[in-house]
Design a protein around this ligand. Structure first.
Ligand code: HEM
Length: 453
């Protein structure tokens, strides 16, 4: 049998003429993938955004793609298709030798001493940020209908907070009047990735994303000269000074590209993780109380780096929230060589994509997968050990999230302060409505009732 014949064995999910499965994918990817998985199994062709891609589902497929034995998968040409124009030469879009060269230099900005300094910068800014929320004092009598009395849109509040923290921690400054423009530019860049019309038509997603990139470039370029002179410990200053073992550094262009990518990589993912945790803690008040007691027991108004591992309950809750809502729902690659997966031939030049979001809800690996059950990650259960690639919110292999410890400390630092200051609740019938067209976000921004303790 020649490779062409074997290739035809990969089944094709039918779709509409030209658009293929783009619309069902943007509207309800979980349903499309579940239906296709039930029909075709763990590997099938899908037509999306005008091209044919191979979708691979499940932990074995995740392992195959992320471990990338034989260097057959490249990030650049795959991610570039979705976000390349807006996140040009971000580290996630670099490959092989060039990628590892950049990653070695960037690692400077994520070592323990750097993370400790970021946490110190973050703590007071978190207190100011959450202190400004319009939170009333505790009630004496319970209200009948909580959904009618929500006083905070959690997603918007957290997005603002993480942006304020990012500008402080990443750039060592607070954003003034330009904050709205920067926030909008990030938002537009991320949304651009799922544009159906993928050329610049004014007012449409692609065009807005390109404009967003221009705003960000100008913004970061303006900071570099000062930062190179500074001894500050914000991330931009650290990147300006960072060097590898043989003293090589980033160019100005690299610094701008990496900063735009880092801000994007950190901002939305952490916002989604926190939103999802806060939602689950509102739906599960016993868990909220359990983690609050842990924070109280720590006896500190803010956490230090050495406290991170003490907050065992928050660690479990965070893992479970990341399982139920993987902030990066799919990871694409392009084959740079022909390759074979479980007897299926995948030709060179194919975009292949795996799905953490889908894997995390597979019943075969996760009992009662839609149930919020943080203890499944506890020592006595460790359901995630069922397969090394069953829980992959941070990816794996050479491109595994470089910011995962940063995310851990930021999420815990914010939650710790929130738990000590506020209590929150939601109507028991409420279900967070998700928009899964790009990164998963609540359509209604998650309205909650929150009160001071
Ligand atoms: C809970 C929060 C986060 C999640 C779920 C997350 C998820 C991911 C995933 C899945 C990847 C791998 C992409 C791929 O293989 O194609 C990734 C890569 C990356 N992440 Fe994160 N991330 C988070 C937070 C952060 C933060 C806070 C930063 C920076 C401060 C960051 C910076 C990066 C970078 C630079 C890469 C590319 C690494 C490389 O290609 O070598 N991430 N992230």
């Amino acid at each position: 049998m020649n490779p062409q014949d074997i290739q035809s064995v990969i089944p094709t999910a039918p779709g509409w003429p030209l658009l293929g499965s783009t619309i069902p994918m943007v509207k309800n990817p979980t349903k499309l993938l579940q239906n296709s998985y039930n029909k075709y199994g763990e590997i099938f062709w899908l037509k999306l955004f005008g091209i044919r891609i191979v979708k691979m589902l499940g932990p074995d497929a995740n392992e195959f793609l992320l471990l990338n034995k034989g260097a057959v998968f490249a990030n650049g040409p795959a991610w570039s298709f979705f976000i390349g124009k807006f996140f040009t030469r971000g580290i996630m879009l670099l490959d092989f030798k060039e990628h590892s060269h950049h990653r070695r230099i960037m690692q400077e900005a994520f070592k323990k001493s750097a993370l400790e300094a970021y946490l110190k910068r973050m703590n007071p800014a978190i207190a100011v940020g959450i202190g400004q929320w319009p939170i009333p004092p505790a009630r004496t009598k319970p209200h009948r209908n909580r959904s009618e009395e929500s006083n905070i849109l959690v997603f918007s509040a957290i997005k603002q907070l993480t942006l304020d923290l990012a500008t402080n921690v990443f750039m060592g400054k607070e954003l003034g009047p330009e904050a709205d423009a920067i926030n909008q530019a990030f938002f537009d860049c991320v949304k651009g990735g799922t544009a159906i019309i993928r050329f610049p038509v004014p007012l449409l997603k692609w065009h807005k994303a390109l404009k967003g990139r221009q705003v960000l470039e100008k913004f970061f370029h303006a900071q570099i000269a000062d930062k190179k002179q500074s001894q500050s410990n914000d991330m931009l200053s650290v990147l300006c000074r960072a060097e590898n073992e043989v003293g090589e550094r980033f160019s100005d262009e690299d610094i701008v590209n990496h900063m735009i990518f880092l801000m994007m990589a950190a901002h939305d993912t952490t916002t989604i993780t926190l939103t999802s945790i806060i939602y689950q803690l509102a739906k599960h008040p016993a868990w909220q109380e359990r983690v609050r007691q842990e924070s109280i027991a720590l006896g500190k108004s803010v956490i230090g780096y050495s406290d991170l591992d003490q907050l065992e309950g928050i660690t479990l809750v965070m893992k479970e929230a990341l399982r139920l809502c993987a902030p990066v729902p799919a990871l694409p690659r392009m084959t740079v060589e022909d390759c074979e997966y479980k007897g299926f031939h995948i030709p060179k030049g194919t975009i292949v994509s795996i799905s953490p979001y889908f894997t995390h809800a597979m019943e075969t690996y996760w009992p009662n997968p839609y149930h919020f059950d943080p203890d499944r990650f506890a020592k006595h259960r460790r359901e995630d050990k069922v397969h090394p690639y069953a829980w992959i919110p941070f990816g794996g292999g050479a491109h595994k999230c470089i910011g995962l410890h940063f995310a851990d400390l930021q999420v815990k630092a914010i939650l710790h302060q929130m738990l000590l200051k506020y209590r929150w609740s939601v109507d028991p019938d409420y279900r967070m409505p998700m928009d899964l067209s790009a990164l998963p976000t609540p359509r209604d921004k998650l309205p909650l009732h929150m009160e001071a303790i």
